[in-house]
Design a protein around this ligand. Structure first.
Ligand code: SF4
Ligand code: SF4
Length: 295
């Protein structure tokens, strides 16, 4: 019997921890990190029945997107992913600051869609040899059969070096994708404040339609009132196991839908109106919301 009140979601986005060893000025996880205490779950402290329970909840080959914080800082992360990969197709967002040799032993590449490796060049340049180490790890993962996409956050001071940095990465045959900065810089709110030339530059390094769509339409990330199937086709899980419709709802701890550790999960029966003033992860909004109703 399914634990869901409706059909199971196709994409599960799980922020498994809040801890991070970087201090990016534009940290996207800021709201989560600021409000959350480090919940300290590890592969040892999660109930041993959890993995079996998840297998009972989600159909085989459900996409599970793992992020944090920095997920590799979770103790036992490699073993955790290895076990998860028996049932889920994984996607992992990481700053690739940790050694990956254990990961390579534990995780079969064919069960991982993509590793989104965020470069965070300003943080890396504070640490000697860190950029070179990042490139080495990307190449090692690729040589072991993983698809790696290097994410480059277009923080406004970085725009003048974007082209050069991307060329340096592409010289190693790495796949690079520019992503928008969402936040405030020098009193201007981004992404709205990107100029048309900024946008033209960034679009050159955006490989996916969703990246370009977000940038093209992102002068307003307010989908309030739109019917959205987040909470039905996708869910977001927070480090304590709480389930929400999406990242924006999780950030605001709004309308918790249950907890994978303890309770039945009550998803939406049908798409429901978005009730938050800003879609914190606009990719989710563009994927799941009915934008014809967008304000
Ligand atoms: S690496 Fe990611 S989670 Fe860590 S500070 Fe930077 S943006 Fe935030
Ligand atoms: S539009 Fe965005 S914020 Fe609103 S429910 Fe959908 S995913 Fe969440």
């Amino acid at each position: 019997m399914s634990l869901f009140s409706s059909r199971p979601p196709k994409v599960v986005s799980w922020r498994i921890n809040t801890k991070c060893n970087f201090q990016c000025v534009y940290c996207f996880a800021e709201t989560c990190v600021a409000r959350a205490t480090e919940m300290g779950h590890t592969i040892e402290t999660y109930p041993t029945t959890l993995l079996k329970r998840l297998q009972g909840i989600f159909p085989a080959d459900t996409i599970m997107h793992l992020s944090g914080g920095e997920p590799f800082l979770m103790k036992g992360f490699e073993e955790f992913v290895g076990v998860m990969s028996e049932h889920f197709i994984l996607e992992i967002a990481t700053n690739l600051s940790q050694d990956v040799s254990r990961f390579l032993q534990e995780v079969p590449s064919e069960r991982v869609n993509v590793i989104n490796a965020s470069l965070h060049i300003l943080e890396r340049e504070k640490r000697q040899g860190s950029v070179e180490q990042f490139i080495e790890r990307c190449l090692l993962l690729e040589a072991s059969g993983f698809r790696v996409v290097v994410e480059y956050v277009c923080y406004p001071p970085l725009l003048r070096r974007l082209e050069q940095d991307v060329a340096a990465l592409e010289a190693f045959d790495l796949e690079v994708e520019a992503t928008q900065f969402q936040g405030t810089f020098q009193g201007k709110v981004y992404p709205e404040a990107y100029s048309s030339s900024d946008r033209a530059l960034m679009t050159r390094f955006m490989e996916t339609d969703s990246q370009e769509a977000v940038l093209a339409k992102n002068d307003n990330l307010n989908f309030m009132g739109c019917m959205c199937s987040a909470g039905l086709d996708t869910i977001t899980i927070d480090p304590d196991g709480s389930v929400y419709r999406c990242i924006a709802y999780a950030n605001r701890q709004r309308e918790c839908l249950g907890n994978i550790l303890t309770e039945k999960i009550e998803l939406l029966d049908e798409p429901g109106a978005c009730l938050v003033e800003e879609c914190d992860c606009p990719f989710q909004g563009f994927l799941y919301a009915d934008l014809r109703l967008r304000r």
